[in-house]
Ligand binder design. Sequence first.
Ligand code: TXA
Ligand code: MG
Length: 310
Amino acid sequence: MIISSNEAIALLQRNEIVAIPTETVYGLAADARSDLAVTKIYERKQRPAFNPLIIHVKNLEQAKELAYFSNSALKLAEFFWTNHLREKPLTIVLPKKNNYNISSLALAGLDTIALRVPKHPIALEILKKCNFPLAAPSANPSKHISPTDVDTVIKGLPEIPVVDGGPCLVGLESTIIDLTGASPTILRPGAVTIEELQSILNCSINLSSSLSAIKAPGMMKRHYAPSLPLRLNANEKHLNEALLGFGQTDLPVTLNLSIQGDLNEAASNLFKYLGQLDNPIYKGIAVMPIPEKGLGMAINDRLKRAAYSK
Ligand code: TXA
Ligand code: MG
């Protein structure tokens, strides 16, 4: 059911959960202070309770009430959260403050907190009018593809009210950087690239070996998954396969992430196209190689997880 942002606010104030648009993917939002509301997210998504949620805030000031900001954290937050021209989806993991009552379920009992200021005007409007932080994972059943449009939200979570904010411009979940360890570590690649983070922090940054340990408990090996098997770096199409293309090619592609070879366009199409090709008329989905640079790293990260066999 599609609802207005004012209706969403009224529901959120009553401990209900609603799907809202962000610039990355649609989120399933709840009042982050309310165990009752947050429980509904875990139940509805069938998300393991050890996997904490990102806490969305309206601005840096609100974020500072929730966590201790180091100099590095401030630099990144000021760069990516406070300037309209530079705003990009960055989630920062920091030591949490204890004086603000965020639901410990939302944090899966951790003493760290993942914070993000979304850029989408509807998400910001809702955050400002509610005036409390929102816990919001992607609005899909656990292990399914993150939704980048309203139809996909409704398909995955039919009874959840959703605010229509159009297609998500970024299309991939936010970059997550963990600043609670000895040196900064990227837990999930995204539209903010490692090169950008390095140049702002002026230090080297670790990339958590994305297919290994569960440091971000949600970084499970198989996470962003269509039901069909996925074959990566394909240079040909096998019988009965769908072929997801990238760039100009003579191969018989079923859909092309970006004919121009534009990684931004490819990222914004990735989940939508994987969803469209995840159809039993095919026996698998083959994906052409994506260059491992800039946003291509984030695209390849999601593809590897989707391809990881159960
Ligand atoms: O773009 C996004 O980030 C979207 C939109 C809706 O904002 N949200 C999103 O949330 O992707 P979700 O729940 O699907 O992914 C959150 C990730 C999980 O991998 C989780 O483990 C990690 O963030 N995370 C949350 N809190 C953490 C913490 N304190 N330490 C480490 N990782 C954390
Ligand atoms: Mg998710």
